[in-house]
Ligand binder design. Structure first.
Ligand SMILES: [Zn+2]
Length: 543
């Protein structure tokens, strides 16, 4: 892969520089324009605050689920094409995936900007309303806040692109979406299929309730997600049940076996399942049945042990029921995340410079009413940015969630910027995590995130040291004791069928609620929602 070649090439350049009498400081010196352009970039992002609001609101209104992000694709690639980016659709075998690339001059370094775009089933909800009140009950929605990250990246990229053209700065911007992040089903395929070939640094961004960035091993778990499909034989469940072989029996026995296994797993494990096919009707012995598992542990080896144990259980369940294991399909995976120290340090300095948005009294009141509704500490909104995070000791981990940016982070220098577009206190993957996501909180937080991304892009293009330092850290420290082995094989295919039926059921019913910026200044205005709408207004003075 090209990044490996680039890596060795960088080492060679460093060696040559060190071995000659050339003043090496020349190579490492920051461009004298850097400070001036950073100040200008902040103003240029601020001028695009309406664009941030429009993208955030538009994606919120699409509410698309993983692998079905087609309105999102059409809308975002439309903006980027108009702004001179080359668009590639359907990358890595996923029809809803895309990349947008723009180069200037020699085209190096190549900086990628990524963020997830998919929503959560049944999380449909009116924004700006601090209690359960869906636009369409049971419809999908942005109950994670993935509607905001592309606004952060695109607006930052457009401001920096303008500066690169005017000031003749070399480099490439590569914008990409996290497809089906909620199923951990996209990024390992992007990596495997070379979407990031030649990328020097990947700046990922994810919604949070404060600014934050970290380096080293993150907390949370690695993950494999797999479907286990059994086949048996149908029969009349009342008149001839002895002639049937139930695939559902196999599914239920496998799930029970996993519950016994759970007692003997380490504390950091997380495993969960749903039965996606349990047969058609009770009086027909189910001929097919499918169970979908997530297996999570701190690292590749331990996660694979869980997966292998489950494969054995599937065989056992088939033996016990006279059925067959028809298919075991790996459909999602994620390595644990490891973020790049030099890039995280540069990003954190930019976070400190930008600072948190100025929250209005309405924003704080909305957050506190929401926290009261959730029964959590009424802390309002943050007033100080988080410190730079450091490595987690996995031997003491108690486990947690996963993000397939982990796979990207083991293939090139990567960081995740968390930006303050949501409120603290939600349970995650829930309607409650969507209610701020098309309000001034999301608009201001995403705008602040775009400012940080713009500053970090300028650092990477102009400071002359960070990209090389990032690769030194990646090669010499991060990879010192770990070799990346993907969970997916060369022949595994992306699970592009995910959520097809749910979106087929909902898309046309959601379409009348798509945001129309030609008629309304904000999505709140379009929906006729007074912001903030709360059940019981909290007292602002109360602690
Ligand atoms: Zn997410």
């Amino acid at each position: 892969m090209r990044h490996l070649w680039l890596t060795s090439c960088r080492c060679l350049i460093a060696l040559v520089l060190a071995a000659t009498t050339l003043p090496t400081a020349v190579a490492a010196q920051a461009d004298p324009r850097l400070e001036r352009l950073k100040t200008e970039a902040l103003a240029m992002v601020e001028q695009r605050s309406e664009m941030v609001q429009e993208i955030v609101d538009m994606l919120f209104s699409f509410g698309e689920l993983g692998m079905q992000e087609f309105e999102t694709q059409r809308y975002l690639t439309g903006i980027l094409r108009e702004n001179g980016f080359d668009i590639e659709l359907g990358v890595a075998g996923m029809p809803s995936a895309w990349t947008a690339r723009w180069s200037h001059g020699a085209g190096e370094p190549v900086i990628a900007l990524g963020s997830d775009v998919d929503g959560i089933p049944q999380s449909n909800q009116k924004p700006g309303v601090a209690y359960r009140d869906p636009i369409l009950p049971m419809a999908p929605g942005h109950g994670e806040g993935h509607n905001s990250g592309q606004a952060v990246n695109i607006v930052a990229a457009l401001a920096v692109k303008e500066l690169m053209e005017r000031e003749n700065i070399d480099g490439t911007l590569l914008i990409w979406p996290g497809i089906a992040e909620e199923q951990l089903a996209g990024k390992a395929f992007f990596v495997r299929d070379g979407v990031f070939e030649g990328v020097d640094v990947n700046l990922f961004t994810h919604v949070g309730s404060n600014f934050g960035v970290s380096w080293g091993q993150s907390g949370g778990n690695a993950l494999v997600s797999a479907l286990f499909r059994f086949t048996g034989e149908t029969a009349h469940s009342a008149s001839a049940p002895w002639r049937g072989r139930s695939a559902l029996d196999a599914v239920m026995l496998m799930a029970q076996a996993w519950e016994f296994k759970r007692e003997h797993l380490r504390p950091p494990e997380r495993s969960h399942y749903v039965i996606v096919d349990g047969g058609d009707q009770p009086n027909v012995v189910p001929q097919t049945a499918t169970i979908w598992f997530f297996f999570r542990e701190v690292d590749y080896e331990r996660t694979m042990e869980m997966y292998e144990a489950a494969k054995q259980m599937a065989q056992g369940a088939a033996l016990m029921t006279g059925t067959e294991v028809d298919t075991i399909q790996t459909i999602g995976s994620a390595w644990g995340r490891h973020f790049n120290r030099p890039v995280a340090e540069v990003t954190h300095a930019n976070i400190s410079r930008v600072g948190l948005p100025a929250w209005s009294e309405d924003d704080v009141m909305f957050a506190r009413a929401f926290q009261r509704e959730m029964g959590v500490n009424e802390q309002g909104l943050p007033s100080e940015v988080n410190d730079l995070g450091g490595p987690t000791d996995l031997s003491r981990s108690t486990g947690g969630g996963s993000d397939d940016i982990g796979d990207v982070s083991w293939n090139m220098p990567t960081v995740t910027l968390n930006y303050p577009a949501n409120m603290p206190g939600g349970p995650g993957h829930n309607w409650a995590n969507g209610i701020a996501m098309a309000t001034p909180i999301a608009h201001k937080g995403s705008l602040a995130g775009a400012k940080v991304q713009a500053l970090t892009l300028l650092d990477l293009f102009l400071d002359g040291t960070t990209v090389d330092a990032a690769w030194s850290y990646f090669n010499d420290e991060q990879l010192a004791e770990t070799t990346y082995t993907p969970f997916i094989s060369e022949t595994d295919q992306p699970a592009i069928f995910l959520n097809e039926e749910i979106m087929a059921e909902w898309r046309e019913r959601m379409r009348p609620y798509y945001y129309d910026p030609s008629r309304f200044d904000t999505y709140l205005e379009q929906l006729g929602i007074t912001y903030p709408t709360v059940r019981r207004p909290p007292t602002l003075q109360q602690q």
